[in-house]
Ligand binder design. Structure first.
Ligand code: ADP
Length: 335
């Protein structure tokens, strides 16, 4: 915060310096031109008065009066230029401050978001690490640790390690997204959807969930294979995670004018309207997902999906009814 206040102050002074230099140059040029005009016009007036008076008036007296007039006119000019520059200084200071703030606010917001993200990430990383440390410490304190207890500890630790691995993977994906090169190419949807469904089949089979697809063979989008794969994997993984055993998931895609819409519909737990506005935020998890044992993630999947899709000029939206299910629809430019 202090760094930004100092930067705003510095920028304000720099902008103001530029404005004042321009104003002073303008005043100097104006003074030169006006002064020449005053001198010329007073000399002309002097000649005219002497000619018209026909020698009755004292030439030296006339010159003295005209010189006084000239000095007064110059003083008036300098006075006005000083007032002008003071006004420019005041207005310039306000304008410079406004411009400096406008320049710094987006930077400040992005640094704040980064700091919040780092704090959230550290918090999420610390929780499984603390759990693992406590379990290991308790086990080490025990005098006689049986083989089955050791196995139990290792299994529990492995679960935490798996969770940490997926969290770090998510964090890396988010960190790489904005800086990564955006390769735009024609991506056929049907083969990628088949690949993703096949990859997640062990999980869907385990929960007796049927995944059906309906994608025209020729349908293609402008994106990258990785982006489409990553987005669909996140959506299908969620659809499976938040479905009840024996549920149905439907993946379909169709063209709408210049876009292709791919939707993933499940008949699972659904999302409350108050949560729908937030689920695409990093680390946001809806309440009911936390209570569904063994199925909670870190709230990064949808943030990654949205940021990925937006890189390719696409959008992702959700329609959901608690207790009935959800439909996530991704729109991408059609190829
Ligand atoms: P998570 O790792 O928690 O699944 P996501 O970012 O993928 O993180 O999802 C954020 C939240 O959105 C989830 O915690 C869950 O509450 C909700 N959510 C996402 N997909 C679904 C879905 N298909 N059905 C119900 N809730 C969902």
């Amino acid at each position: 915060m202090n760094v930004f206040s100092a930067a705003v102050r510095k920028l304000t002074l720099q902008y103001l310096a530029v404005i004042m230099v321009l104003s002073l140059i303008f005043s100097f040029v104006l003074y030169q031109v006006a002064n020449r005009e005053i001198t010329g016009s007073i000399r002309g007036q002097g000649r005219m008065i002497i000619e018209r008076s026909g020698g009755f008036l004292d030439r030296r007296e006339i010159n003295r009066i005209l010189q006084r007039e000239q000095t007064l006119a110059r003083q008036r000019l300098v006075g006005r230029l000083i007032v002008f520059n003071v006004v420019v200084l005041g207005a310039g200071a306000l304008a410079s401050y406004y411009l400096a703030r406008e320049t710094m606010v987006p930077l400040e917001k992005s640094v704040e978001a980064q700091a919040r993200f780092t704090a959230d990430a550290s918090h999420e990383l610390r929780t499984p690490l603390t759990a693992m440390r406590t379990e290991i410490e308790v086990a080490l304190r025990s005098k006689k640790l049986s083989t089955s207890e050791s196995k139990q500890l290792l299994t529990s630790n492995l679960e935490e390690v798996n969770r940490l691995e997926s969290l770090v993977g998510g964090l890396l994906a988010l960190a790489r997204l904005p800086g990564g090169s955006v390769i735009k190419q024609k991506v056929e949807l049907a083969p990628i959807v088949d690949k993703v469904v096949l990859r997640l089949r062990p999980i869907s089979d385990q929960r007796s969930i049927t995944v059906q697809t309906s994608i025209a063979q020729s349908l293609a989008v402008i994106a990258s294979n990785d982006a489409v794969d990553r987005t669909l994997t996140i959506l299908l993984d969620n659809a499976i995670k938040y479905s009840l055993k024996g549920g149905m998931i439907d993946i379909r895609a169709s063209r709408y004018v210049k876009q292709v819409r791919i939707s993933v519909t499940d008949s699972g737990v659904g999302i409350k309207p108050s949560d729908q506005a937030h689920i695409f935020e990093r680390f946001y998890r809806a309440d009911q997902s936390r209570t569904t044992s063994g199925q909670s993630g870190y709230g990064l999947g949808l943030a990654i999906a949205r940021e990925t899709v937006e890189l390719y000029g696409g959008r992702i939206v959700v329609k959901s009814q608690p207790g009935k299910g959800s439909t996530f629809t991704v729109s991408l430019p059609s190829a």
